[in-house]
Structures are given as C-alpha cells and as structure tokens.
Design a protein around this ligand. Structure first.
Ligand SMILES: CCCCCCC[C@@H](O)CC(=O)SCCNC(=O)CCNC(=O)[C@H](O)C(C)(C)COP(=O)(O)OP(=O)(O)OC[C@H]1O[C@@H](n2cnc3c(N)ncnc32)[C@H](O)[C@@H]1OP(=O)(O)O
Length: 749
C-alpha cells in the first residue's frame, strides 16, 4: 500500500454535481486528504428536472463526519459565480475546480428538439465556463489553480442518441486545451477526463454487475493526482474507469501535399485517398499544438508544381512526345515497409517450396529473399508516374511488361522500410507499340541506395507517334545477352502452379490482367496471364541456387526481356550459360516449346564469381579423360543436361519419336563388366542388365553395382566418370535417333 502523501491541506476545492456518483466520490476523497470542499449540487434529476438541497447536504455531512471541512452549495452551475462566492465566503480562497455536473437528454438526432440541444450545452459547456470564469481571476492572482473538466467517450468517439451530449462533451476538450495554454504561465493546469463509472447517468444503461466494477472510487484517484500541486501534467485527455487509466492523443497520417498552384479537384483527393488515410506507412505524427498541426500545411506552401505553362509539356497536341521533358519530371517517392512475412510471401510467389527453409522459414540461419525481391519495393513507386500524361495514348490493359533490369547495391534485409523514387528513363516508338522505361531508385532507412530498377513497359497499339525507335546504351540494363551456340551449362525445370499468379499478386502487383478473366479478355488473352516479374523471380531463383549458392551478395544485377506471355501452370525451363562474370540465360515454356524470357543475364560478383572462375568453364578445351570415359566433363554434362532437362511429359513426347536404346558396357573397379542400357522404346524408360519395365529412364551410371541417377546426381556421376572410377568399356550406342538434344551431342561422345 502506497503511503498517502499526496495531501491537499490548505487547498479549497469546488466539485460541481457532487451530490452523488463521481462528484461525491471526488468530494469525499479531497475532504479526506485535507482539502476544504465546496459540495455543489442543485439536487435535480439526471435529466435536469427539480432541485433539492439534500444531496449536497448529505455529502457535506459525510465529509465532516470523517473529520474534514465542507460546505454545501445548491446553485446551478450556470450561476458559477455564486458557487465560487460560496468558497470565498467559507474558506477565503479557491484552488481547484472540478467541473463534474452534467445531465443527459438522450434522443436520436432526428427527434432532438432545440430545447434538448440547448439545455445540454448550457449545463455542460456554459456551466463549466461560468464556474471557471469566476475562479480564473482568483487563480491568476494567486498564481495557482488546478482544473479538471469532465468529457466522455461519447464526445470523443460519438454515441448513438447523444448528439447534444457528444458535442458538448467534446467542447470541454477544446476548452481544457486552451485554458491549459493560457493558464500555464500562472501555474494554472487544466486536464480533462473521460470517465467510465457507475453513476446516476449510467445506471440506466449498464448491467448491475458491470456497474459494480465501475465504482467512482476507481476514477477519483486520477483526479486527485492531476490536481496535486506537484503534478505538472497540463492540457491532457485521459480515459479512466474500472481501474484503467490511459492518456489519449491525436494522430495524423503523413497525408499528401497537393501542388498549391494547381486547381485541386475531388478526383485528385480520390487518387491519393489511400495515402491520405494511411496511418501505417511510417509517416504518421502526433501533433500536440496548433503549430505542430500547421507544420504539414506550412510545408506545403512551397509545394509549387509545374503548372501548365511552367511544367514541361511531354505530349504535344499532335501526339508528339518530348522525351527530354519527360525525363525532367520528378515524382513522389513511395515508402515500402516490409517484414519477414512479406519476404516469405514473395519467395512462395516465385515457387519456393516448404523444404526451401532458407526462403520460407524466418528462423533458418540463411533466411532471406531471393535477390529478385528487389523489384517489389519499387513497384508501387511507379503509381506516381502519370502514364496518361507522358505517353501519346495509354490503356493499362494493353500494357505488357517488356523488360526488367535490377541492380542490387546492398543485399536486402529481411525486414525494413525503403523509399523508392521513380523517374522516366526513355520513351520509344516501336511502331506496334510504345515502349516506356521507368527507373526507380530505392534507398534504405539511412538514405543509402539499396537497388536500382528499370521497368520497361510495352504498350501495344500505342506506337507510330513519330518518336525515336532506339534507346540509349545503358550497359547491363540494355545488354542484348545472346545465348551461346553451345549447349547450356545448366538447365533447371520448374512447373508453375495454376494458382501462381493468384499468389504472386499478393506481393504488390494487383494488375487485374493476372487474376480477372474479364480483364484478361480486354487485354486479348484467353486466361489471366502470369506476371512477368513472377517468371523473372523463378528464373532468378534458379540462377541464385545454381551459381550463387543462395548467397545474395553474389548477385549483382539481372536483366531480362519478356518475350512471350506465360499462363499459370506451365513448366518453365531455365537454361544457363556462364560467360565470364555473366550467366546468360533464357527461359522456355516447355509445354509450348516457346522462349518466354530472352536476352537475359545475371552478373555475378564476390564468392560466386570466384567459384565460377575456379570451376572448369563449359566452353574450355576438353580435359584429358581417362581411357574409356567420356572425352570431357562438358560432353558428359551436356548429355546429362539434355536428358534431365526434359520433363517427364516432354520425354514421353520425345521418345515416341525416337525409340532409341542407349547401351553401355561398364566395368567397375573390381573389373567386373556389365552391360547396361536405357531403353527409350515405346515411351517408357527401362534400366538394368536386361529389359525391364517401369524403372527410371535416366539412370546411366553405376559404381559397384550402385546406380547413380542423373536426374539427381549429375555432378556425382560426372565425378565418377572423370576420376576413372567407372570405365566405359564400349561406347554409348544410339540404336536409332534420340531426339534433338541427344542427337546433337552424339558427335561429342
Ligand atoms: C502501371 C505500373 C507499371 C506496371 C508494370 C508491370 C505490370 C504487369 O502487371 C504486367 C505484366 O506482368 S505483363 C506479363 C509479362 N509480359 C509479357 O508477357 C510480355 C511478353 N512479350 C510479348 O508478348 C511481346 O514481346 C510483345 C507483345 C511485348 C512484343 O512482341 P511483338 O509485338 O511481336 O514485337 P516484335 O515484332 O518482336 O518487336 C517489335 C519491336 O519491339 C521490341 N520489343 C519486342 N519485345 C519487347 C519487349 N518484351 N520489351 C521491349 N521491347 C520489345 C523489339 O526489339 C522490336 O524493336 P525494333 O523494331 O527496334 O527491333
């Protein structure tokens, strides 16, 4: 139990409406702690009818019986000066005013009369004013005063049937905050409480057991604390009841500043509504004064935009595009705040499996985003670009993502707040369409650049506006990245899910083209197509795993061209060729045998580059091979890649055409020789020492009679062959032709 050292000896307190409920509780408490109390109560009903001296007298008696000092006052609060006069006559001073008196006239606004409105304002607002107006000169003169006004949750939040009461109660908040400012220099403090307590005013609306826990005595201690001479709190709002005490403050969103020299239309407000109302974007503030409130508005005084005469006009009346004018435009930045959940959602959106713990489990030591995540923070920044103003014609449903370049400056943290700023890089006229490239710079919380993107959009049917056809050379961002003529060094296949676009869009690209069949039809597609950036992420993930050992610091940049659309559910095959510090790649839709990503490359750096430099280059001269083995690792790899690259469905299709048999004589280290073969007859693979059905169709190596399956063990099999541990005595025979991939490699064996 805390020592009761907050005393009010020598202080004089006026408590209005002190005949019962909260007022009585306040009066008794102050009386018990040494204050002289003026117990004011008109003795009317909760709705303001009648008057009697009894209620105040009873409380005065209670205080006196407990050894305290008190006098009664029966005046209406509208006669505030008489209440103050009572205090001055009885005790010679006033130190504290508790404006507690109040009545209700609840009725729906539709049925409310002027009298009901006026009466509530009179008792609550005028009454508080009258008492304070009389006490104020005394407070100022004695350089001391403490005031508590009583508001209500109904005033702060509104309450059905209490339009009059809500309005009056919130008026008391404004009164409090202004008196706090005006009284401060004279040591007059004013606070306002929104109590929830059982009283004559609440007993009709709350159930009895609830009323029991809402004792007025659970509110009064806050009033006592705020009124003590040592308390400095001033101008604050508190919610209090049933033992809970909390302070309230205002919160304002970061908002949006519109240019002050342009006509502001409701449509502009509509466009920015999400930003205007966003409390979660990290820009919200808690103004406590009118000057803090004005700061946002004052800052906008300088928000002079380029108006029609000053702003560079990008598209002329005859539809010509001034690219330099477009480049000179600046656009709003966008803040992207993300958590580990967003990282996981992105990784899942580009096909991460539940077993890829480093991509889907936040507690995994290597947890992080696939580096292609770098497109996500910048994506929404493009919303600030008025495509309609900078392009000759713009129909979002005719927009296709054409190319993407992403340069990673720093690996992405697994959570953070990033700011992205868009700018126009180029606008080209390709005849069939207009090609616009938007750059986006993204910075971390320290203001350091973390990545740069270039989004190239192809707007079909918007070309032929007399613009330039060729863009500038921007190095890796515009590199053509032709694939080498040799077979790929690595091939990875991944079947996308039918639901891939539905999942990927949750990472921020809400374009209906990818989900809504009707919108897809407007764009000329049979079904909603997959996001370009989803295929981009899937391919990036393949390279990240194959060449970077999932180390984000090894991934410098990536550039792709989206050559054809992809439907969710298709199998994507990424073929990769290492050329110096680049991994050139392309992505094929296996089902349609169509290249869907072309002109693509990832530049490596750091560990991945060192590892790649140390590894035998795919195009290097064949290594000296042990007798009987494949002539080079590359030759083996190419065969392996060729076979393993085929999906099961594809293999079935291939073998229907070829009916080929691979046959091997393989001698193990003990010199035992066995003939093995792969039978690709009739669409089924079989492996073993004799024809057998229903066995894997890609097993071609053996050590000590243990099969090594190429689909999962290419590197292992290669090592065994190259080390000479397994000797191929005879030669790989092709009984008949074995499809494009194997046929092309025959000569290399
Ligand atoms: C608002 C905020 C922004 C939001 C951004 C992203 C929103 C996303 O939701 C949208 C998407 O994800 S759409 C899905 C991904 N993209 C695709 O599927 C596009 C696939 N590509 C195509 O269909 C064709 O390449 C196609 C149609 C693009 C071009 O094919 P063709 O018409 O056959 O063109 P072609 O004759 O081959 O070439 C004509 C000239 O154009 C250049 N070009 C071709 N493909 C390009 C491409 N993908 N990107 C950029 N330029 C391209 C060619 O080089 C050629 O130029 P030139 O005549 O100078 O040689």
């Amino acid at each position: 139990m805390a020592a009761e050292n907050l005393r009010f000896d020598g202080r004089v307190v006026i408590v209005t409406g002190a005949g019962g409920g909260l007022g009585r509780s306040h009066a008794l408490a102050f009386g018990a702690r040494g204050a002289s109390v003026v117990v004011n109560d008109l003795g009317g009903s909760t709705t303001g009818e009648g008057a009697s001296s009894r209620a105040a007298d009873v409380v005065v008696e209670e205080i006196r019986a407990a050894g305290g000092k008190a006098v009664a006052n029966y005046d209406s609060v509208l006669d505030g000066e008489k209440i103050v006069e009572t205090a001055m006559k009885a005790f010679g001073r006033v130190d504290i005013v508790i404006n507690n008196a109040g009545i209700l006239k609840d009725v729906s606004f539709a049925r409310m009369t002027d009298a009901q409105w006026d009466l509530i304002f009179q008792v609550h607002v005028d009454g508080a004013y009258k008492v304070l107006k009389a006490a104020w000169p005394i407070f100022r003169k004695q350089k001391y005063g403490r005031i508590i006004n009583t508001t209500s949750a109904a005033g702060i939040y509104g309450n059905f049937g209490q339009a009059n009461y809500s309005a009056a109660k919130l008026a008391l908040v404004g009164l409090t905050q202004t008196l706090a400012l005006e009284g401060k220099k004279d040591n007059i403090h004013c606070n306002v409480i929104a109590p929830m307590a059982a009283s004559r005013m609440t007993e009709t609306i709350l159930p009895p057991d609830m009323l029991q826990s809402l004792k007025p005595e659970m509110v009064t201690p806050l009033v006592e604390y705020l009124c003590h001479e040592d308390t400095t709190e001033n101008g604050s709002i508190f919610e209090v009841g049933a033992g809970f005490v909390g302070k309230l403050r205002w919160e304002r969103t970061g908002g949006h500043g519109f240019a002050i020299d342009k006509t502001l239309l409701p449509e502009h407000i509509q466009d920015k509504w999400a930003k205007i109302t966003d409390f979660e974007d990290g820009r919200a503030t808690h103004p406590t004064t009118t000057s803090e409130s004005m700061e946002g508005i004052m800052a906008n005084f300088e928000n002079v935009s380029v108006d029609d005469s000053a702003r560079p006009k990008v598209v002329s009346a005859d539809g010509k595009v001034d690219v330099e004018a477009a480049k000179s435009l600046s656009f709003d930045s966008d803040v992207f705040e993300y958590s580990e959940r967003d990282v996981i959602l992105y990784n899942l959106g580009i096909g991460a499996k539940r077993t890829d713990l480093h991509l889907v489990y936040e507690n995994n030591d290597a947890f992080g985003a696939v580096p292609t995540f770098g497109v996500i923070p910048s994506f929404t920044a493009m919303n600030a670009v008025p495509f309609g103003e900078i392009l000759p014609s713009f129909n979002p449903m005719m927009l296709l993502h054409g190319e993407q370049y992403l340069e990673i400056i720093k690996p992405f943290p697994t959570q953070g707040k990033l700011t992205s700023t868009p700018y126009v890089v180029d606008i080209l006229d390709k005849g069939k369409g207009c090609v616009v490239t938007i750059g986006v710079k993204t910075a971390d919380e320290n203001g350091d650049d973390i990545c740069v993107n270039e989004f190239t959009m192809f707007i079909r049917g918007s070309g032929n506006f007399g613009g330039k056809k060729e863009g500038t050379d921007r190095g890796a961002a515009t590199a053509v990245n032709q694939v080498p003529s040799r077979k790929p060094d690595h091939v990875v296949q991944e079947k996308t899910s039918e639901d891939q676009a539905a999942l990927y869009r949750l990472s921020g690209d809400w374009n209906p083209l990818h989900i809504d069949p009707d919108m897809a039809a407007v764009g000329g597609f049979d079904v909603p197509i997959l996001h370009g950036l989803c295929s981009f992420g899937i391919a990036g993930k393949h390279i990240f795993k194959t060449y970077c050992n999932n180390d984000a610091a090894s991934f410098k940049n990536i550039k792709v061209r989206f050559a054809k659309t992809v439907n969710p559910g298709e199998t994507l095959e990424t073929s990769m060729w290492r050329e110096g510090n680049k991994v050139i790649f392309q992505v094929r839709s296996v089902e349609r045998d169509a290249i869907i990503i072309s002109n693509a490359a990832v530049e490596l750096q750091g560990e991945a580059l060192k590892a790649a430099a140390a590894a035998p280059a795919a195009a290097a001269a064949p290594a000296a091979a042990p007798a009987g083995a494949f002539k080079s690792a590359a030759a083996f790899d190419q065969i392996a890649a060729g076979i393993t690259a085929m999906s099961s469905a594809d293999r079935q299709a291939q073998v229907k055409k070829i009916k080929g048999i691979f046959q091997f004589d393989i001698t193990n280290e003990a010199g035992q020789s066995t003939q093995y073969f792969i039978d690709l007859k009739n669409g089924e693979g079989a492996v073993g020492a004799g024809p057998a059905k229903n066995k894997p169709d890609v097993v071609i190596a053996v050590k000590d009679a243990t099969f090594v399956e190429l689909a999962s063990g290419t590197a292992n099999a290669q090592k065994l062959f190259m080390s000479g541990a397994i000797k191929v005595k005879g030669q790989v025979m092709l009984a008949t032709k074995l499809g494009d991939v194997l046929k092309a490699n025959k000569s290399k064996l």
